[in-house]
Design a protein around this ligand. Structure first.
Ligand SMILES: [Zn+2]
Length: 351
């Protein structure tokens, strides 16, 4: 096992503040780098204090109005779910996969050779704290079954992800709660970076990066949030996106290996993170869970889910991705990860 080191640097931002009679003002800027992938993030405490000027509260009456306007012709609602696309019988005998309230069916605009949508709930509208562990577990069950069916049918299919865009600021085109499963023959950019970095780390240190990260984070006690079954939850030291929380599986990088306990732990942790986001007044979110077909030799990769908040939905909201994220590939820390972990401990698992 190797000790993980967390790199940062501090710089000053200086200007004459017009709101204080042009008195000199000095702010302290922290830059952080992810220990594995080296992506950079920035934290300015003055910005965290003034956050409400960037991110307003979610407009609940607006969401309720959109829910009411879109419910009548939503094809993800149970009355119309039979009008969604079907898989050929030779691939999935029943045409769609079902577990509890979840239904998985093909996406009609594929971004991967195998691209499915999961309608998560019968309810057309759920606030983030309405995603119960039961709903999430059943949705992940259909994802596991789908990925297993693809892996069985196509030996070339190697990389999988389970993803969510929740509400329009997070990129959702339909209002009804849904996830998306992608299975491809080659990794997408971030999957490739993760796999290569985990592999190099294993070659160099003889241990898995995420195992070592968990040992270090547990000892430091600043960003470790809790454990649900075989999943450990952490606030990312240098987040890839706002308020990023990671769930790390102890052991497998192949989602088709997940037994009932693994899915229960994932669902329980994810529901807790979403309750924490609701508590912090964030409504829109994305997540991606990364997985790959088990290789012949150990590659140091384990399943990992990254959850992140997005701009709250309200009239005339501004996009939260600007040049910093899109062109400089760096992220703004909205809530200091150590404080985010403190907030999340009340909602996610045991320490
Ligand atoms: Zn619906």
């Amino acid at each position: 096992m190797a000790e993980i080191t967390f790199d940062s640097r501090y710089d000053a931002v200086e200007f004459l503040n017009p709101m204080k009679g042009f008195a000199p003002e000095r702010q302290r800027l922290e830059m952080r780098w992810d220990p594995l992938l080296r992506h950079c993030s920035l934290y300015n405490p003055a910005l965290e204090k003034g956050l409400k000027t960037f991110i307003g509260d979610a407009d609940r009456p607006l969401l309720e109005r959109i829910a009411a306007e879109t419910a009548g012709n939503c094809i993800f609602c149970p009355e119309r779910i039979e009008s969604t696309a079907r898989f050929p019988e030779t691939f999935i005998a029943e045409g769609r996969l079902k577990a509890g309230e979840a239904t998985l069916f093909p996406n009609i605009l594929g971004l991967a050779p195998y691209h499915a949508v999961i309608a998560v709930s019968h309810a057309h509208w759920l606030p983030p704290d309405g995603f119960s562990p039961r709903l999430l577990r059943d949705a992940f069950k259909t994802a596991r079954e789908y990925i297993a069916a693809v892996f069985d049918a196509d030996a070339e299919a190697t990389h999988a992800s389970v993803n969510a865009n929740y509400l329009f600021p997070a990129g959702a085109s339909l209002f009804h709660p849904h996830f998306q499963v992608l299975v491809s023959n080659a990794p997408y950019t971030h999957q490739q970076a993760l796999l290569e970095a985990c592999n190099s780390y294993l070659d160099e240190h003889g241990s898995g990066y995420f195992e070592d990260l968990l040992v270090t984070e547990r000892r430091l006690g600043e960003r470790h949030i809790g454990q649900t079954g075989p999943w450990n939850w952490l606030a990312s030291y240098s987040p890839l996106a706002a308020n990023e929380i990671m769930g790390i599986h102890a052991g497998s990088g192949d989602f088709t290996d997940m037994a009932e306990d693994d899915l229960e732990g994932l669902a329980e942790g994810l529901a807790g993170v979403l309750r924490c986001y609701a508590h912090l007044n964030y409504f829109a979110f994305n997540f991606s869970l990364y997985a790959r077909r088990r290789p012949d030799t150990h590659d140091g990769f384990t399943c990992l889910i990254r959850l992140m908040t997005r701009q709250n939905p309200y009239a005339n909201y501004r996009a939260d991705d600007f040049f910093l994220q899109k062109a400089l590939e760096s992220e703004l820390i909205l809530t200091r990860p150590e404080r985010l972990a403190e907030e999340a401990r009340a909602f996610v698992g045991k320490g």
